[in-house]
Design a protein around this ligand. Structure first.
Ligand code: ATP
Ligand code: MG
Length: 289
């Protein structure tokens, strides 16, 4: 199955153009959605999850017209929102059972479905505790459990690893990539390198526009030989910014290391740098400014 997004636009009543003619083809597998704060990622994800209407454009998921046939979408959708509210004092098991009921899982199957999901996300031992008492990582694993109810074909997870420690983040991603072998998983994150590791395809959006779509490797190869780095002093940053196409400047042991874009060797003490996905990210949002 493929998700095909065509010329999708959305302007909020306050005049913010959150999406400007977004077109994307999203195949089975893990798809990474990158973009700065306010780029439009959550807006796009909420529209795909049928929680919000677009102004114009179309979206198809296989045979389903996503913007029109919302009930059909909901049958095959799993969604983990950026902000995930829980009912206080309800146990993990009871809450998952409630979600399964809402998703239309028949009562004679529910116990088994809920049990299997709790095992899968490693929360079986915590099933009787209230979800509001879960740690951040447990809560996100619970979130993915509810998103997996009913074997969805399209899974949308909006910044699922924000606030997780590295161990929890790895466990969460391992779970997601297992799932992503057979279905479409759209993942938004601010951790650029995670997209490189996990996702065969990705898009970068900036101010509501797609500024890159394709594989991480293709984007990295396109930068081959064009990224140069130099350690400078803090006072020099501005003059380098005026003179070069600076993609990023990062403090390493208190000193700024700048990365610039240049088709040929800029000299002046610059060294060739191995491009990373962060260079891709910054260079894409730079040119679209
Ligand atoms: N309900 C709303 N009403 C008005 N403007 C909104 C609303 N929701 C989002 N926006 C605006 O639309 C733009 C896109 O927001 P969105 O939440 O989709 O971005 P995002 O890429 O998910 O950002 P973040 O990385 O911070 O989660 C922003 O300028 C935001 O302020
Ligand atoms: Mg968001």
């Amino acid at each position: 199955m493929e998700l095909s997004i065509n010329q999708l636009s959305k302007t909020y009543p306050n005049g913010v153009q959150a999406l400007k003619a977004v077109s994307l083809e999203i195949p089975t597998g893990m798809f990474g959605l990158l973009g700065p704060n306010g780029a439009g990622k959550s807006t796009l994800m909420r529209i795909l999850a049928t929680l919000q209407d677009a102004d114009s454009g179309s979206v198809r998921l296989g045979d389903i017209d996503v913007l029109q046939q919302k009930d059909e979408v909901r049958k095959v959708l799993g969604y983990l929102p950026q902000e995930f509210g829980v009912y206080p004092r309800m146990s993990g098991m009871a809450m998952l059972d409630l979600f399964a009921t809402l998703k239309g899982i028949p009562s004679n199957e529910r116990k088994e479905v809920v049990g299997a999901l709790l095992q899968r996300v490693n929360l079986w031992d915590h099933r009787k505790k209230s979800v509001s008492s879960y740690s951040g990582g447990m809560r996100q694993r619970f979130g993915i459990a509810q998103a997996l109810i009913g074997d969805p074909k399209l899974i949308i997870v909006d910044e699922p690893t924000a606030g997780l420690d590295p161990g929890e983040r790895n466990r969460f991603y391992n779970l997601l990539s297992e799932i992503g072998e057979h279905v479409i998983v759209i993942l938004s994150t601010h951790i650029v390198d995670d997209v490189r590791e996990l996702c065969s395809n990705m898009a970068i959006i900036n101010f509501g526009e797609v500024v890159y779509s394709g594989s991480p490797d293709t984007a990295l190869n396109a930068l081959g030989g064009k990224v140069w780095q130099k350690v400078i002093s803090k006072a020099e940053i501005e003059s380098y910014q005026n003179q070069y196409r600076v993609i990023s400047s990062k403090l390493v042991a208190g000193k700024p290391i700048i990365h610039i874009l240049s088709d040929s060797d800029p000299g002046e003490g610059f060294r060739a740098a191995e491009p990373g996905l962060e260079d891709v990210f910054f260079s894409k949002i730079m040119v679209s400014k």
